[in-house]
Ligand binder design. Structure first.
Ligand code: HEM
Length: 528
């Protein structure tokens, strides 16, 4: 069932498995190594992303079927139960990847996967499912706080779906990285006077939970059991806020001892519980299957209609490198609009192979990116293609995307070289403008052709549901000798903070519709 395209998973699959790809910066890199960070001394992205996911989930009520990982944390950052810069820093980090195909809740869950993967050096890779739905406002409060008593904590974890043993384990799993920041919890970690200011981002005066703060390992449990722990929530000077001490002893110390005894047991327990944590969603939310990397994935493509009555299909394929077995023989076999086989095309080799490896071990395969430039008579066109890969041993395998080939429609295609992005000043406010020219095949079949740019429904909210802003497109001429007509339309942002959300071109009519979706602004030339 792992076929392309899949609007629910394609974006997230890319962010999850492709690190250091040729097109976009990697997300996981920021949690690898776990100690590296562009944040204040004592802060790390990996720890922040794990804590962010927990605090987002921690207001869930599994009996009532409410809350869970829904990004409601972005509306709850000012609450006393959510102190610290970590939640804002996590939001700032993931928000640029928030789209109609990647909810912030899914990104926050992925952040936890990266945090655990990066900090365990690939030892624990949480299986990742997509489909979480973003909240539109704050939910109830109820994140556990360190000064609360054990009965309160136990009840809060039951509300979240975790029994006492699981509570002990989940807290140990969370508190194996990072620590308590004096700037956030001066009552737990007193700040020295005057405060130390070292490094460009300052020092937030952190006392770590264990001596291997950058390792997702059972050291936190070992040091607790051995009574040599520096964990401020276990042995801090302030007895009221020793929540880890009370929780780790909630079953008489049994679970924390077992976690201390075996790294394997610790890791397996954490993998299970953290997976449950990121998959805590209301029953109305259906998560997808665990994402698996596609062996062959069209990663980028565009189709230009040329004056000489041909089409140029520019295609970048992403291929799991083991399929190639050291070779680069991967032939694209296009199929015409009517289903006829067209000549096979080899990749444009020189200078166009790039490889991508994951930032931490075991996160997924390495990929090779191959570029193709495929020329097809405009009247024949393209509807799909298959890929024949010949590996190092000479064996050829056809990849047909689960049977039907990789669909690639040439019916509606933005012509990037004829399109521009620019800015327009309206009443002293600089707004982005997108001018798109698209080629439409047999345009007389359609009654409406439009440019669609999803935008937030509420620009002053931290996040809000996307609404499709629709700009009509008008015919601007035929391409001589072809059945293509050019259509042009302009979208002007309604707010200066408008995100450059990927855009669609949609043609609709009584006989059906055709579209080109999720086109990147990065492919549209910028003009002043
Ligand atoms: C009774 C339950 C819990 C309490 C009272 C608690 C309390 C705290 C406190 C006070 C901090 C210091 C935060 C700061 O200084 O900004 C902290 C940090 C942290 N917590 Fe918890 N926690 C609990 C459960 C959990 C759970 C279940 C997880 C994840 C599975 C988790 C993950 C983390 C992480 C990763 C940090 C380090 C953050 C950083 O270094 O930036 N916590 N916790």
């Amino acid at each position: 069932d792992n076929v392309w395209p899949n609007e629910a998973t394609d974006e997230l699959e890319k962010m999850l498995f492709e690190q250091q790809n040729p097109f976009e910066s990697s997300l996981a890199t920021f949690a690898v190594p776990c100690s590296a960070s562009g944040l204040a001394i004592g802060r790390g992205f990996g720890a922040e992303w794990i804590r962010n996911a927990y605090h987002d989930m921690a207001t869930a009520d599994v009996q009532a079927g409410t809350g869970g990982i829904d990004a409601s944390i972005v509306f709850e950052k000012d609450r006393p139960e959510n102190p610290g810069a970590g939640f804002q820093e996590t939001l700032d980090f993931f928000r640029p990847r928030y789209t109609t195909r990647s909810s912030l809740a899914d990104l926050f869950a992925m952040g936890a996967v990266f945090g655990v993967g990066g900090c365990s050096n690939g030892n624990i890779i949480l299986p990742y499912r997509a489909g979480r739905v973003d909240a539109t406002g704050p939910g109830p409060s109820g994140v556990p706080e360190p000064q609360e008593d054990l009965a309160t904590h136990t009840a809060k974890f039951v509300r979240q779906g975790f029994n006492t043993t699981e509570m002990i384990a989940l807290v140990a799993c969370g508190h194996t990285v990072g620590g308590v920041h004096g700037v956030d919890f001066p009552e737990i970690v007193p700040n020295p006077q005057p405060p130390p200011v070292t490094g460009p981002f300052g020092n937030d005066n952190t006392v770590f939970f264990d001596t291997t703060t950058s390792n997702f390992d059972n050291q936190v449990a070992k040091e607790f059991v051995a009574n040599i722990s520096q964990n401020p929530l276990a042995f801090g000077h302030n007895e009221t806020t020793r929540s880890d001490f009370r929780i780790f002893n909630a079953d008489g110390g049994d679970m924390i001892s077992r976690m201390a005894e075996s790294l394997d047991f610790f890791s397996q327990t954490c993998a299970t519980l953290l997976e449950r944590m990121i998959n805590t969603v209301p029953p109305s939310v259906k998560l997808t299957d665990v994402l698996q990397p596609l062996p062959v994935k069209p990663r980028k493509w565009s189709i230009d209609v040329n004056a000489d009555k041909t089409l140029t299909v520019s295609l970048t394929l992403r291929i799991v490198d083991t399929l190639l077995g050291g070779g680069i023989q991967a032939l694209v076999k296009p199929v015409s609009r009517t289903g006829a086989a067209l000549p096979a095309t080899s990749p444009v080799v020189i200078g166009n192979i790039s490889t991508s490896t994951c930032d931490y071990p075991n996160c997924g395969p390495s990929f090779v990116y191959l570029d193709y430039s495929i020329n097809i008579p405009a009247e024949q066109g393209i509807s799909s293609f298959t890929v024949d890969i010949t590996d190092g041993s000479g064996k050829t395998t056809t990849y047909n995307n689960g049977g039907a080939g990789f669909p690639l429609s040439d019916v509606v295609q933005p012509q990037m070289s004829l399109s521009t992005q620019t800015t327009k000043t309206v009443n002293g406010v600089t707004l982005q403008q997108l001018n798109v020219t698209a080629a439409v095949y047999n345009a007389d079949q359609y009654t409406n052709i439009s440019l669609i740019v999803p935008q937030p429904s509420n620009f002053s909210a931290t996040i809000s549901p996307w609404v499709a802003e629709v700009a009509p497109m008008k015919a601007s001429g035929k391409i001589a000798g072809t059945n293509y007509t050019l259509y042009t339309g302009s979208w002007l942002a309604s707010d200066e903070s408008a995100p450059q959300h990927p855009f669609d071109v949609l043609a609709t009519g009584p006989q059906g519709s055709a579209s080109s979706t999720f086109n990147s602004w990065g492919d549209v030339p910028f003009v002043l």
